[in-house]
Design a protein around this ligand. Structure first.
Ligand SMILES: Cc1cc2nc3c(=O)[nH]c(=O)nc-3n(C[C@H](O)[C@H](O)[C@H](O)COP(=O)(O)O)c2cc1C
Length: 208
């Protein structure tokens, strides 16, 4: 099968991408708008960029329903701040509630029952139930496409990590305690309990 995306409906191209780019980690992003209204939403087009400085990116798309930009990116443009919270199995359903298209004046912390706790360095609160939170400041937004299901890259620097003590041992994170989930295609998710190790060949300077 050969598929040229330019000949396809973009909704099918999206389906293809979320089925092929798997598993995806989930950035559960908290923001506030200029009136201080809280927003919380999951984004699985998400990854790390650099450790020095610690930099992450995630990608809010243009909404399919009305071609509008999502609250998260609008809030980040306005304030320059966000928090990425890690999603473990125990908060999967509450995270999913936050993916509904609530209007900007709705606080997804209240809708989901998740608990906002003040951050140290940025205005958006952290999610108390997440075992890891990363307070971040905006470095750059790159708009790739303003079309429906187009999107932007939000690049941010992590200013502070909050990590549950029980997970942390000499900068190593215990995945069995973190129990992060990943997004697959459609409504599917994956657990991180089933793993295997591979030792890298010793040609590089950094082993990880
Ligand atoms: C697990 C998961 C991952 C998601 N990943 C993305 C993503 O990478 N980009 C995106 O634009 N929307 C993604 N969504 C949909 C958004 O969460 C949804 O559009 C949400 O309403 C955006 O909220 P906001 O308007 O408050 O920013 C995802 C939803 C779920 C459940």
């Amino acid at each position: 099968m050969i598929i040229d995306p330019r000949e396809q409906d973009y909704r099918n191209v999206y389906k293809l991408m979320i089925g092929v780019i798997v598993p995806r980690p989930i950035a559960f992003v908290s923001t506030v708008n200029l009136d201080g209204i809280r927003n919380l939403a999951p984004f699985s087009f998400f990854t790390g960029v650099s450790a020095n400085p610690p930099t992450i990116l995630f990608c809010p798309m243009v909404r399919l329903s009305d071609g509008a930009r999502k609250d998260t990116i609008r809030n980040i443009e306005a304030t320059g701040e966000f928090v990425v919270n890690v999603v473990s199995e125990d908060i999967a359903e509450r995270m999913n509630i936050c993916s509904a298209e609530f209007p900007p004046e709705v606080d997804e912390f209240e809708k989901s029952g998740l608990t906002p706790v003040p951050s140290d360095l940025v205005k958006p609160p952290r999610v108390k139930e997440s075992r890891v939170n990363m307070e971040s400041k905006l470095l750059e937004i790159v708009e790739v496409s303003a079309l429906p299901l187009g999107g932007s890259i939000v690049i941010g620097e992590i200013l502070r990590f909050h990590i549950d003590d029980s997970l942390f041992d000499d900068f190593k994170i215990d995945p069995d305690k973190l129990r992060a989930i990943g997004r697959m295609g459609g409504p599917s998710y994956t657990r991180t309990a089933d793993r295997f190790d591979l030792v890298r060949p010793k040609t590089g300077e950094l082993k990880h």
